[in-house]
Design a protein around this ligand. Structure first.
Ligand code: HAM
Length: 426
């Protein structure tokens, strides 16, 4: 035997049991998001590298060291998408969805970042995201936040807290950046090499450093909120008023800055203390400059993305997994005549009951072995067909999950009889 080939580090398979849970969560997310009028946009997993460099920012962790980039056979630099917002804007522009319109869009799928894998952090992970374009006010910031909060309720999750902050207008953000640089320059001696580099490239990120040695310095750093301009303050106050009015609990977290460069005004994160170090399950914010930066006309926008692995982990940890629907019918046949007769019968049954889950015995075997497989399949009923049944023009319907008796059902009545039993859940 040759050696088996392991999966790529940080990339996971989903067994059928696991994907049953994922499907359940995905169905809930999709229904809730579409219930707010968001429509799905699908875009490729590969994009030109420059798309991410120009949007997420050259000096971010993602672009500096986490992207899966390579040259294709034409020598063009391509990248496996590390997130969806940049692609969503690109695809929105390419398809004329953003100009003079206010589309609400959502997407889902795998994203790729070459991070150090650990529980809750993977190199291929999956996001669901929403993005709303063309609406400048805090009303739509509140909408996307309340939509996310509703998702947790629909999934039956608790222990999730909302943190919000504002980075202000681009001008306010730039002024704050300058003040931060000045402040940290004075304390340059206390910064390690990484932090010094960060100071030069992306000083805001120093604020969410997890390095305990930096904690006192960060605690005493200038506060953006202290001198926000009127426009920035009005936007943030507007958001808070709407969240208050909707009864949403949140915490203002002045050090929340996010790891991507495109944010302006509102930023937020839903965090949980139930998953260990990887505590952010859904993050986002407003990015009013990005559409223009990527070649469109100035278009305000706001959105978020959630990490599906983390949401599913919470659903599992909190016992919110529902058992998947069982197989309805397992068909067992004995003998060649019965097998041939069953072929037509099963086709007619599937035509009549397109929703039914019907598993047919394959690979032969005696009746005892087939009934064992029927039991293992979790099926509610077995349909037994042998020479005796064929001669009588009927098949035997055997309940597998109750003590009810096995009954002969004429072929012509099978679909109706089965439909009635499946509807009754008996
Ligand atoms: P992000 O914070 O980079 O934002 O990612 C969003 C979410 O994806 C995180 O809160 C986390 O749940 C999940 N996530 C990120 N990296 C990993 C990983 N390596 N393994 C597992 N889960 C992960 C964005 O991607 C922005 N595009 C969000 C956004 C949309 N902002 C505006 N619109």
């Amino acid at each position: 035997m040759s050696k088996t080939i392991p999966a790529v580090r940080g990339m996971n398979d989903l067994t059928p049991d696991a994907s049953a849970t994922w499907q359940q969560v995905e169905a809930e997310l999709r229904a809730t998001i579409e219930g707010y009028g968001y429509r799905e946009l699908r875009f490729p997993i590969l994009e030109r590298t420059e798309l991410f460099a120009r949007s997420i920012g050259d000096a971010t962790d993602i672009v500096e060291k986490e992207m899966y980039s390579f040259e294709d056979r034409n020598g063009e630099s391509l990248t496996l998408r590390p997130e969806g917002t940049a692609s969503c804007v690109r695809a929105g522009l390419a398809n004329g969805l953003l100009h003079n319109q206010t589309p609400r869009l959502w997407y889902h799928g795998p994203m790729f970042r070459h991070e150090r894998p650990q529980q809750g952090r993977y190199r291929q992970f999956h996001q669901f995201g929403v993005e709303a374009f063309g609406m400048p006010g805090p009303d739509v910031d509140a909408e996307v936040i309340l939509l996310a909060a509703r998702l947790w309720r629909r999934l039956g999750l608790d222990g999730i807290a909302l943190e919000i902050n504002t980075l202000g207008t681009p001008a306010a953000r730039a002024a704050y950046r300058a003040r931060l640089v000045k402040y940290f320059e004075v304390h340059r001696g206390s910064l390690d090499e990484g932090a010094q580099r960060r100071l030069a490239t992306n000083p805001l990120r120093l604020l969410d450093s997890k390095d305990p040695a930096l904690a006192p310095l960060i605690a005493a750093a200038p506060d953006l909120h202290a001198d926000l301009d009127a426009e920035s303050r009005a936007h943030f106050d507007g958001l808070r008023a709407l969240l208050d009015a909707a009864g949403a609990a949140y915490r203002v977290e002045p050090r929340l800055v996010r790891g991507l460069d495109y944010y302006t005004h509102t930023v937020f994160e839903f965090v949980t203390d139930r998953l260990g170090a990887q505590d952010a399950i859904c993050s986002g914010g407003r990015y009013d400059g990005l559409v223009e930066q990527l070649g469109g006309s100035p278009t305000p926008a706001v959105g978020w993305a959630l990490g599906l692995e983390r949401v599913v982990a919470l659903v599992e940890a909190q016992g919110r997994v529902r058992p998947p629907p069982p197989v309805d019918l397992f068909v067992a046949t004995l003998g060649e005549r019965a097998e041939l007769a069953a072929a037509g019968l099963i086709e007619r049954l599937r035509d009549a009951l397109p929703q039914a889950r019907i598993v047919v015995n394959r690979g032969g075997g005696g009746m005892k072995a087939q009934l064992k497989r029927a039991d293992r399949s979790g099926a509610r009923f077995a349909l037994l067909l042998g020479d005796d049944e064929l001669d009588a023009g009927s098949a035997a319907l055997k309940p597998l999950r109750s003590d009810a008796a096995q009954l002969p059902i004429p072929f012509a009545e099978l679909a109706t009889a089965l439909a009635a039993r499946l509807a009754n859940r008996t």
